[in-house]
Design a protein around this ligand. Sequence first.
Ligand code: ASP
Ligand code: CP
Length: 331
Amino acid sequence: MRHLLDTQTLAREDALRILDVAEDMADTQRREIKKLPTLRGKTVVNLFFEDSTRTRISFEAAAKRLSADVINFSAKGSSVSKGESLQDTAQTLQAMGADAVVIRHGASGAPRTLATSGWISAGVVNAGDGTHEHPTQALLDAFTIRKRRFGDDSRGRDLAGVKVTIVGDVLHSRVARSNVWLLTALGAEVTLVAPPTLVPQDVTGWPVEVLYDLDDAIAAGPDALMMLRIQLERMNAAYFPTEREYSRRWGLDARRLDALGVDSIVMHPGPMNRGLEISAEAADSPRSTVLEQVTNGVSVRMAALYLLLAGADAPTTETTAPAGTAKENTR
Ligand code: ASP
Ligand code: CP
């Protein structure tokens, strides 16, 4: 794998390979010494033009746990405010020896431009571009669903027949898009639920069912209910009458939580607007996988960086070096 730009063009076998390597990585993360020597000598640059808590920190943790050097760059406080372009910024970082660039950018397509422009030779990972895609989020979501369903027996499994319902601001959500492509490629049945104003126009071409009523969607018995954040920062118009009205019709409150099947999980990529799309009861309930998703994000990002930088042909066992080896090599 040279780059990880989206899930729409990610082959099913590559997705399963990432999820399986992430299982190996998760095993190593349960050890006392979490660090592996695998990417020693490699440099990962986190290039963030948009705010982030989880994604930026988990890419940093992932790279460090694989012994790569990490350079964190946020546009805020950088020469981007003096008008420096993406090309010049990226080439500057490449000149400092980046082997992989993890980029989050407000413009849909910026990671692909970086990967295909010839400006840099580093591998590129999309950490969220505009309303387009957030592939590692979808991979960690798929990993979480698979793990909850199959536990230690997850390796090699797809999500055939698993019902996933994605609720909320689909229009502005790169998480929804990446999940639609990935989850359906893995065999899941995906339903979208949103106010009509927050359903993208091109949804007719997506492999999903669209509903407008959350209670109907819950009555259909989803295995996973994924709540999306209302992305107020991307809204330039009124997409729903009031927040109270949105919450009443499309929010996951205690009553709807009770109506969910006992084995259904509640997911949210974070950050959450508590009280708007998700109630505190739902966010903090034992069915909520919100923090599990964050933990799994580190393993999935370790797998992505490993496959990008150590090469697809590198033996996976290298990542599961015995604890003694890891200890010895990380002093
Ligand atoms: N953190 C995710 C993203 O950056 C989801 C969100 O912000 O709502 O796309
Ligand atoms: N889920 C997610 O991408 O979170 P951040 O925006 O905090 O990185």
